[in-house]
Design a protein around this ligand. Structure first.
Ligand code: ZN
Length: 261
């Protein structure tokens, strides 16, 4: 946190939080520590997954079997994080290039927002989380989450909208560190990250989650399908392998940008 005390950003004891994510495993990377912290503070904690994750890189082929596996992994992760409710909107994973027919990124924003707004109203959500405008690193489903949550929060008049992101300046420092200890896979272009997420100066909330490092790691371990498949930099695979002190240092903060609803 920059200027507010934890009590202020957590909201009143009866403030429900709704965390919206594009795919199963995004929660473990971006908001796992905050979710557990919110849950331990006694706030109702709800996680919503927009897509089934069936087009994700994994150690098994895309399709319904992968979707079922990813749903089970999401439920296991949510249990670790103390979630009271897990909701799957059931849209198709658009794939990194956004070319999966019927994918979430092609769904009209108003249509998806109406469904999410109904959930926010039902939960009397005091806080909803989303993604930054670039979707972090540009995945079309993440960009769509940014737009859909903004519209839903407006419709439901949710008081606080926090966009989960990463402090880009810190990310670049961490990548240099990981590179220095020889853990960065070859062929990873650092300049790919120079325009992702948001600059440190734009961050409004820095949540200290060092106390929840082992919980966050357990959430990542629940997404076993995401530790394999694909080439180059697989964030989950990399993080799961880090020695715990380094993991705590790298994953011990979660970042948000507060947006007007
Ligand atoms: Zn994702």
């Amino acid at each position: 946190m920059t200027s507010q005390t934890p009590v202020e950003w957590l909201g009143a004891p009866d403030t429900p939080w709704v965390f919206v994510h594009a795919h199963p495993d995004d929660e473990s990377l971006l908001t796992a520590g905050t979710m557990r912290r919110v849950s331990e503070a006694g706030r109702r904690t709800v996680v919503v997954f927009a897509t089934d994750g069936a087009a994700g890189l994994a150690d098994s082929p895309p399709g319904p079997q992968l979707a079922a596996r990813r749903e089970a992994e999401a439920l296991a992760s949510a249990a670790v994080l103390g979630c009271d409710r897990v909701e799957f909107l059931g849209y198709a994973d658009s794939g990194l290039d956004g070319d999966v027919p019927g994918g979430f990124c092609g769904v009209p924003v108003a249509q998806a927002a109406e469904r999410l707004a109904a959930l926010l109203i039902e939960e009397r959500a005091g806080v909803v989380t989303s993604y930054d405008a670039s979707g972090g690193y540009g995945h079309p489903d993440h960009v769509q989450v940014h737009q859909v949550v903004a519209a839903a929060a407006r419709q439901a008049a949710t008081p606080l909208l926090l966009e989960a992101t990463v402090d880009r300046d810190q990310l670049l420092r961490v990548l240099r560190l990981v590179n220095a200890v020889g853990l960065l896979p070859t062929g990873v272009a650092m300049d790919r990250f120079s325009t992702s997420f948001v600059p440190g100066a734009d961050i409004t909330h820095r949540v200290d989650v060092r106390r929840y490092a082992s919980v966050k790691r357990a959430s990542m371990m629940a997404h076993a399908s995401q530790a394999g498949g694909g080439d180059g930099l697989r964030t989950l695979r990399l993080l799961r392998r880090l020695p715990m002190p380094l993991f705590r240092r790298i994953c011990g903060t979660e970042w948000f940008v507060q947006r007007d609803v």
